[in-house]
Structure formats: C-alpha cells, structure tokens
Design a protein around this ligand. Structure first.
Ligand code: PGA
Length: 251
C-alpha cells in the first residue's frame, strides 16, 4: 500500500543540456505510470528548466537543499519560498553531504524541515550512520536521533509529508551498499520509532527509502526487503538507462 518511491539526487552534476536530456529520457520512460513514484533533484540553477520540461509528467522535481530562512540577508542561500514559487514539489534535507561536508546540525535541519513544510514542499529527510558509528554499534542511536530531531515539533499532518531516506554514509558513492539484512534491520527500527512518535497509521504509510550505491544490479534485492519502500539514488541516477532500470527495480 506504500507506493514505491524512486528519487534521483543529481548532486552537483550535469550541465543544462545534460539535465534536460536526462529529464526528457525519463519522461519518455515513465510515461503516465502510476505504480511507482519517480522524482529527480537537479542542481538549483536547472530546476526551473527541468520543471518546465516535465510539465504533464508525473515525475516530481525537488531541490537538494534549502535555507532555514524564508527571505533576507543570507547571501548564497535559496529559500523554500522561492523553490515553491518556481514549482518544486519537494526538497531533500539533511543529506549526509550537507551534514558532514557543510556541518549542518540536527537543529538546522529541523528548522529547514519546518520551513519547507510551511511553504508547501514535501520533504525527503535523510538519516544515516558513518562507518565509525556502525562499528561502535551506534547505528540505531544515530538514525533515531537524525529522524527524531529532524521531525521535532511536526504535527501528525505535517509528518505525513515527510519521506525518510536511510542512507548509511559508508555506502554513499562508495560502491558498497548495505546488505538486505542491514537495510531491513534499520528500516524496521525506524518504522518502530515513527510509530512511537506519530502512531501506527503514520508509521504504516510513511515511505522509507534506502540510499547508498543503489544500482540496477542491486535494486531488486534491496526492494525485496520488507520495509524498503524506494531508493534515493546518486551516481546511478545520472544516466537515463541506469535510472530507468532502477525505476523498474532492475528489470
Ligand atoms: P550514491 O548516492 O547512489 O551515489 O551512493 C546516494 C545519495 O547520496 O543520495
């Protein structure tokens, strides 16, 4: 009953022509399919072009980050108000590169989550442990903190607009993916935490994506895991044929 949700995080890749070519190929591949939800997150500067190109397609378009402020003197930042204004559907928040390269804290991410939802953007909230944290048996504590802190203060209605992406940091861009068992354990754990926070109905309907070196060759196995509701895909989302295959669960 949870519709699979496959999202491509293009990160700081592609030029305008490449972004449009990729979006066009995905539009063709996805057509008007309703059995799977497909989304792309281009760089800020190409969002508007990709949104225009995907008009009439069910593919959703989102940003990879947003500011925690609506407007004002924040040089270099982009407000969720602006993202909504140009037609974005969602925003990815708390990605590990934002946390670990740019030093975003759980409190920063929580403020961004609130502002994005206030301005009618859905949220993909990323959570995930580093290798060091996994080896120290802190995986559950870390993902619980990321999710709980990221969602602090959300109403039940707001929580329904959040998708969780479990992305073990050690699996992102490394070619190492979590085993189905590792992913299953964390997804089950997170759903239990969600139930404690928002009740069984929210836990049952919230999609939890897996992310970290998802590719055509491993997507079927990951998607067969109970509680894995989709994928957040970096590298393998940059080529139309590989992301199309991921959308088809490797088929
Ligand atoms: P990857 O990135 O698929 O290249 O590992 C995933 C992500 O960072 O969302």
């Amino acid at each position: 009953m949870r519709k699979p949700y496959m999202a491509g995080n293009w990160k700081m890749n592609l030029d305008r022509a490449g972004a449009l070519e990729l979006a066009g190929a995905l539009r063709e591949h996805v057509g008007q399919r309703e059995d799977v939800e497909v989304a792309v997150a281009p760089a800020f500067v190409y969002l508007r072009d990709v949104i225009e190109l995907l008009k009439g397609s069910p593919i959703r378009v989102g940003a990879q980050n947003a500011c925690a402020e609506a407007s004002g003197a924040f040089t270099g930042e982009v407000s969720p108000v602006m993202l909504r204004d140009i037609g974005c559907d969602f925003v990815i928040l708390g990605h590990s590169e934002r946390r670990h390269v740019y030093g975003e804290t759980d409190a920063d991410i929580n403020r961004k989550v609130h502002l994005a939802l206030e301005h009618d953007l859905d949220v993909v909230l990323c959570v995930g442990e580093t290798l060091e944290e996994r080896e120290a048996n802190k995986t559950e504590a870390v993902v619980k903190r990321h999710m709980t802190a990221g969602m602090t203060g959300l109403s039940e209605a707001q929580s329904r607009r959040v998708t969780i992406a479990y992305e073990p940091v050690w699996a992102i861009g490394t070619g190492l993916n979590a085993t189905p068992e590792q992913a299953g354990d964390v997804h089950t754990y997170l759903r239990g935490v969600l139930e404690g926070l928002y009740g069984a109905a929210v836990a049952e309907t919230t999609r939890i994506q897996y992310g970290g070196s998802v590719k055509p060759a491993n997507v079927a196995e990951l998607m067969s895991v109970d509680g894995v509701d989709g994928a957040l895909v970096g590298g393998a989302s940059l080529k139309a044929d590989s992301f199309a295959s991921i959308v088809d669960f490797g088929g």
